[in-house]
Design a protein around this ligand. Structure first.
Ligand code: FES
Length: 106
């Protein structure tokens, strides 16, 4: 599957997050310096956008706004319950100052 250009790295605030629609799916894009991560933006516990929660760039972790589950934004793994399933994580690469999102990691 091809990579999709979602914009210039400069459009993503350092140590910040933003929701972007990619191929019809809401993804959360997280930036820490020159590293960018993409995970599905809907919490696996109930319905909530993770990008409405809190991003802790030091721990590379987002906290769900509804019940406080925490996910590793680098790979989608659950760090804190009540969610038990990881969120999907997507390949990301930087090319000529742009952020490109690829297929789901397996
Ligand atoms: S909806 Fe995210 S922890 Fe419940």
């Amino acid at each position: 599957m091809n990579f999709v250009n979602i914009g210039a790295l400069d459009e993503f605030p350092d140590e910040g997050m933003r929701q972007v629609m990619v191929r019809g799916e809401p993804l959360g894009i997280y930036r820490v310096g020159e590293s960018v991560y993409a995970i599905h933006d809907v919490c696996t516990h109930e319905e909530a956008f993770l990008t409405d929660g809190e991003f802790d760039a030091d721990d590379c972790e987002v906290e769900c706004p509804r019940h406080g589950s925490r996910f590793n934004v680098a790979n989608g793994d659950v760090r804190i319950l009540p969610a038990t399933k990881p969120v999907a994580s997507y390949q990301v690469k930087l090319e000529e100052g742009n952020v490109l999102v690829g297929p789901q990691k397996v």
